[in-house]
Design a protein around this ligand. Structure first.
Ligand code: DGN
Length: 216
């Protein structure tokens, strides 16, 4: 059996890594749309079009399931993809929301992602399906993706960007969802600056969801 995984760039490799851990023997096709990254500032129509093209390409490889390893494409295109295509297609947002609810102690959750993901309000929607009793703080962090795509994962520049975006979250939240598949590559840098923040990467739970779906 083979699985298709895609992202707007290299970020989805953080999800692929977790899938590999739980499904070591499956053949995986990874599509990183580095020619058209970033998706975070593009329109919903364009993101749906790109996502459909990629799914069609992966179907030519005979995949049995597809993971949208991109929060932006999950937020803006997953529903349409599920309507159009007949094979199981899963995104990363539901898994991230569920993990955050199971992690938070004070009910104050931060969500960071691309401008498009944050504007879509998808994380808030999904989190509220699990519990209405939480407060959600959201912020787009558009400078994280170019830093990661350039391989700048630590050091002064990245620390300064992290602090600029997240300093005001530090007082408020106990749990931070990395709502962009590029951000786990900055997890160590973020944890070093905010050691008390519990950081949620939806990738692990997404991989477990995929395993369950394939079993069925
Ligand atoms: N990795 C993508 C995501 O999870 O939303 C975003 C990268 C981008 O296209 N800006």
């Amino acid at each position: 059996m083979s699985i298709g995984v895609f992202d707007s760039g290299i970020g989805g490799l953080t999800v692929l890594k977790e899938i590999r851990k739980v499904l070591p023997n499956e053949k995986i096709y990874y599509f990183g749309d580095t020619a058209r990254v970033p998706y975070g500032e593009k329109t919903k129509e364009l993101i749906i079009r790109y996502s459909k093209e990629i799914v069609e390409f992966l179907l030519e490889k005979d995949v049995s399931a597809i993971v949208v390893a991109c929060n932006t494409a999950t937020a803006l295109a997953l529903e349409e993809l599920k309507e159009i295509f007949k094979i199981p297609i899963i995104g990363v947002i539901e898994a991230g929301a569920r993990t955050a609810i199971n992690t938070t102690k004070n009910g104050k959750i931060g969500v960071i992602g691309t401008k498009a993901t944050i504007k879509s309000g998808k994380y808030e929607e999904e989190i509220k399906l699990f519990s209405k009793n939480v407060k959600i703080f959201q912020k787009a962090c558009p400078l994280f993706v170019p830093a990661v795509e350039e391989g700048i994962l630590r050091g002064k520049l990245v620390n300064q960007i992290i602090k600029t975006y997240l300093d005001d979250f530090n007082e408020k939240i106990d749990t931070l969802i990395l709502g962009c598949t590029h951000y786990p590559l900055l997890k160590d840098a973020i944890s070093k600056i905010y050691p008390n923040m519990k950081i949620v990467d939806p990738a692990k739970e997404t991989a477990l969801d995929l395993k369950e779906i394939l079993k069925k």
